[in-house]
Design a protein around this ligand. Structure first.
Ligand SMILES: [Fe+2]
Ligand SMILES: [Fe+2]
Length: 292
């Protein structure tokens, strides 16, 4: 994160979709298990403008933050479009626009608010830090795992943006913390709440819209398992360790202390358990397909 220190919205260096080396796309290096997860991620990212509308309502009298939120949302939408374009190369029959339309119709963020659903602006910003921790870890993990050069390039760029977004929300959070004085336990509760919400409808529904044929019923548990089963396989310990440090930082604990290290090891065990469960399920599916 250090290289982005001091970068304001006007000095941010940014990348454009047409600067990606799309002609280096290599079909033989595409991991088919990865494609459905990338399609789902594209849905959530593409929905950034609704979050900006929500943040603009929550931070109504804070023009600096509102400006930053608008710039942030444009970057998130670009993440969606870059991932959507890549997934369309990997699967030319995929209808990105149609899938996103179904997602938007079924998943609406309430932007007609006058306060944060987290109870305070500090809480809102902590929740945003958690989301950016999740996205920066995910895209770093995918970039490290994939052999496909274009996906690796896109995910590196996106991950760099997500680390910068973390810093953006973190800096604003520190500013509000001085005013609102949220105690440590309160901050911890908000962070833990947002981490557990990550498995709520948003990603599961995104996976459903991006991968199931139109008209098929949404079964939360099936879509969630299908998404997580794939997403979990890309993580390595270093991704979990770095993410844990960021979560610690967001709630005001030392990011590289003993407690952070222990927490990272526990989280890594959970991830590994899920990786094994997914591998077993995949093997069962293959057995079943062979027997059929
Ligand atoms: Fe993003
Ligand atoms: Fe982000």
């Amino acid at each position: 994160m250090g290289e982005h220190e001091g970068a304001g919205p006007t000095t941010m260096k940014h990348w454009r979709i047409d600067e990606v080396d799309w002609d280096r796309f290599d079909r033989t290096k595409v991991d088919p298990e990865l494609v459905p997860a990338i399609k789902a991620a594209a849905m959530v990212e593409r929905n950034g403008l609704d979050y900006a509308a929500y943040l603009n309502a929550v931070f109504l009298d804070d023009p600096d933050f509102r400006q930053a939120a608008d710039t942030w949302a444009v970057e998130e939408v670009q993440h969606g479009d870059a991932l959507g374009k890549w997934a369309s190369l990997a699967d030319p029959r995929w209808d990105y626009a149609g899938a996103f339309q179904r997602y938007r119709e079924g998943y609406r963020i309430n932007t007609d608010v006058n306060a944060s659903i987290r109870g305070s602006r500090t809480g809102e910003l902590i929740a945003r830090c958690i989301v950016e921790t999740g996205t920066s870890s995910f895209y770093t993990a995918v970039a490290d795992a994939t052999e496909e050069p274009v996906l690796r390039q896109i995910c590196r760029q996106i991950a760099a943006d997500e680390f910068r977004h973390f810093k953006l929300f973190y800096d604003h959070m520190r500013r509000y913390l001085g005013r609102e004085n949220l105690n440590f336990l309160h901050r911890l509760r908000i962070a833990a709440g947002r981490i557990s919400e990550s498995e709520d409808d948003e990603l599961a529904f995104a996976f459903h819209c991006a991968n199931n044929p139109p008209g098929q019923d949404f079964v939360h548990q099936d879509s969630l398992a299908a998404y997580l089963g794939r997403a979990m396989t890309f993580y390595r310990f270093q991704h979990i360790e770095r993410g844990m440090g960021m979560i610690f930082k967001a709630v005001g604990l030392p990011p590289r202390g003993r407690l952070s290290e222990i927490s990272a090891r526990l989280a890594w065990q959970l991830v590994q358990r899920r990786q094994r469960r997914f591998a077993e399920r995949t093997a069962e599916r293959q057995d079943f397909a062979r027997a059929a």
